[in-house]
Design a binder for this molecule. Structure first.
Ligand SMILES: Cc1ncc(COP(=O)(O)O)c(C=O)c1O
Length: 432
């Protein structure tokens, strides 16, 4: 999946010693973005500066959602580091308060508990183990171009990477994949796919553990409609004894512009919620929240050396304070709507754009050939043209022809206008 927008060694003559040094010392499995890789050295708010002093608008970042170099986050991090940084086996009211703030964002009457981790992969890994313990099953249902992490368990359900089936066999997992619900109202056929996967598992005598879905199907290319389809899917999972793990690593923390969590746009009822990326605005922190009845199925004496340490907790509060006090949910909605409506107009004037969809600061644009076929090469050319114009975006989706645009929640009107102007110019140039 990461290969979609990556530098290849055949481009090496345009690349100086730094790239060769990387190759000499780092694993060759690391990817670099762009045909002409970027060397960012400094960043503030939504803007990144490279080593030559050139500035780029960051429209591909759901980690530093509340802004590069965010003062409140940096102060929280450094002040706490100066005081104390230790682990969760000591009394810490701020840790409890962070859990209360996060669980308080869930609807319904359930009692929720949390465990803090350092990465989204760790959170999903634990979620999968809880689901297996609780149900006694080893069957997982995922979409066919999903990303859920890099631990053994989570790679085994990461269908956007090759080798997941072999790994899942080795681990004794049963994986059923269903077509990504991406495209206009594809959520409807998603339910049919889910029913087929459940029937298939039953006919093979496999007990279901969980369906695990990114609530926005981000790596699949962004699947959002019709509203409510995820809720229907969750009911189906529950009716068949499976849990629903809402992977909120990408859509969580106000990105949707409508709700704090992505699944809330569907009114869905998850059993486990996993989160990460924007949670620490760059500080490595993540978490799993689960309905209290699942607590007995977590391994005894769970301990994570760094997860939930005092610095992580201070940072977690600062990020939530930023989102709440600066009304970033509303800002994501306002700026996201503006970007979407301008891109929609661009689509009307260009046959090579077949679909524009999004919610808040999660936006996808499908690029096609004149005949309407997926056009991955055209998408990459737009990504490169955007970079030349000083904007960073990337691609995703099953066919690699989807532009993935994830602006920061703190965009100003000027940032938004710059993104729109450059997108219009890049698309016109590529398809002139
Ligand atoms: C939907 C989703 N889940 C889980 C993960 C894994 O998170 P991490 O990279 O923090 O381990 C990612 C990372 O990209 C993700 O996009």
């Amino acid at each position: 999946m990461l290969k979609l927008n990556s530098f290849t060694v055949t481009d090496e003559k345009t690349h100086p010693t730094q790239v060769m040094r990387r190759r000499a010392t780092l694993s060759h499995k690391y990817e670099l973005f762009y045909r002409d890789p970027l060397n960012p050295v400094q960043a503030q708010d939504a803007w990144i500066t490279d080593a030559s002093g050139r500035k780029y608008l960051d429209a591909y970042n759901n980690v530093v959602s509340v802004g590069h170099g965010n003062r409140r986050v940096i102060d929280a991090m450094t002040n706490q580091a100066k005081m104390i940084c230790t682990h969760t086996r000591y009394v810490n009211d701020e840790l409890c308060r962070l859990s209360e703030r996060l669980t308080g964002k869930n609807e319904g009457n359930n009692e929720w508990r949390s465990i803090f981790t350092c990465s989204g992969s760790e959170a999903n890994d634990l979620a999968m183990r809880v689901a297996m313990q609780f149900t006694g099953g080893n069957g997982f249902i995922v979409t066919d171009h999903a990303y859920h992490g890099l631990t053994a368990l989570t790679q085994a359900i990461t269908t956007s990477m090759t080798g997941y089936l072999e790994l899942s066999n080795r681990l004794g997992l049963e994986i059923a994949t269903i077509p990504s619900p991406v495209g206009k109202n594809e959520g409807n056929s998603f339910i049919d796919g889910l029913q087929t996967a459940i029937n298939d598992m039953h006919s093979r005598g496999i007990r279901l553990a969980a369906g695990i879905f990114d609530s926005f199907f981000t790596s699949d290319g962004l699947g959002l409609t019709p509203k409510g389809f995820l809720d229907d899917a969750v009911r189906l999972l529950h009716d068949n004894g499976a849990l629903y793990i809402a992977d909120e690593v990408q859509p969580g923390f106000a990105r949707s512009g409508s709700y704090f969590w992505g699944f809330q746009t569907h009114g869905a009822d998850p059993d486990i919620i996993t989160m990460g990326k924007p949670m620490g605005n760059g500080y490595p922190m993540a978490a799993i929240m689960f309905k209290a009845l699942l607590d007995d199925y977590i391994m005894d004496s769970y301990f994570n050396t760094f997860g939930g340490n005092n610095v992580a907790v201070a940072v977690g509060h600062a990020v939530l304070d930023e989102i709440e006090e600066r009304n970033l949910l509303e800002n994501a909605h306002i700026q996201g709507e503006k970007i979407l409506s301008e891109l929609e107009q661009l689509k009307e004037s260009c046959v090579n754009i077949s679909s524009v969809r999004g919610s808040g600061m999660s936006i996808a644009v499908d690029v096609v050939t004149n005949d309407g076929a997926p056009n991955a090469d055209g998408a990459i050319r737009i990504v490169e043209a955007m970079k030349q114009r000083g904007v960073i975006i990337s691609t995703s989706g099953v066919s690699g022809n989807t532009l993935k645009i994830r602006p920061l929640l703190i965009y100003t009107n000027e940032d938004t206008n710059f993104l729109i102007d450059q997108a219009q110019s890049a698309v016109r140039t590529v398809f002139s």
